[in-house]
Design a protein around this ligand. Structure first.
Ligand SMILES: Nc1ncnc2c1ncn2[C@@H]1O[C@H](COP(=O)(O)OP(=O)(O)O)[C@@H](O)[C@H]1O
Length: 207
């Protein structure tokens, strides 16, 4: 399996690049933002509680998103791998993700961070807010709060993956296709050599 964390502040382009990556590598896209918005649309208790926080640009509690990811991993036993988008957003979430993947004998292969400065993020999100219908995209002060939450609570997740030598940063400003090409270059360098594993395993069994 190929498991990638796509990382970066709100508006960095994670969703756009995820769509292209799932097609190229046959992966399942797990966006905690999308999963939460699905809960809101269904009017579940979880959705009602999460909506208040999301509309204010604050994070929902770790155990809520960790539970959703746990369920999603179990719901996709035959996936070729996953793109985690918008998750993990805190160090406890990153630790939990490692534990959940370990239960399935899996791990994160690489984490790719898209770097974009605050003024560009605000511009992009206000533009997205014109059509996305997302309350958190329509108010500049809420957008800036999301960027601040990213800088104070989420940015340290990069250090967690750097310690595991899995952190890679790319400039998120540029042509979508060019950024996609750079992401694919990194993935191709770090993806597991699928063909080698079974052959090695067979050799060991014989020996
Ligand atoms: N992993 C997470 N942990 C906590 N809250 C989350 C997480 N993922 C999404 N959220 C909530 O959902 C909101 C929207 O997330 P998302 O769709 O990823 O948007 P964006 O990255 O564009 O801000 C966040 O501001 C936060 O309130």
């Amino acid at each position: 399996m190929l498991n990638i964390v796509l990382f970066g502040p709100p508006g960095a382009g994670k969703g756009t690049q995820s769509q292209k990556l799932i097609a190229r590598y046959n992966l399942v896209h797990l966006s905690t933002g999308d999963l939460l918005r699905a809960q809101i649309a269904q009017g579940t208790d979880l959705g009602i509680r999460a909506k208040k926080l999301m509309d204010e640009g604050l994070l929902v509690p770790d155990e809520v998103v960790i539970g959703m990811i746990d369920n999603a991993l179990q719901d996709n036993p035959n996936a070729g791998g996953f793109i985690f988008d918008g998750f993990p957003r805190t160090v406890p979430q990153a630790r939990s993700l490692d534990e959940l993947l370990a239960k399935h004998d899996e791990k994160i292969n690489c984490m790719i961070a898209l770097e974009v400065g605050e003024e560009e993020l605000v511009k992009r999100l206000l533009e997205r807010g014109k059509t996305s219908g997302r309350p958190d995209d329509q108010d500049e002060s809420k957008i800036r709060r999301r960027v601040t939450v990213y800088n104070t609570e989420t940015a340290q997740v990069a250090g967690y993956y750097a310690e595991q030598k899995k952190f890679h940063a790319l400039n998120g400003i540029g042509e979508i296709e060019s950024i996609f090409g750079q992401i694919c270059g990194l993935i191709d360098k770090h993806k597991p050599a699928a063909a080698e594993t079974p052959a090695e395993a067979t050799k060991e069994v014989k020996a």
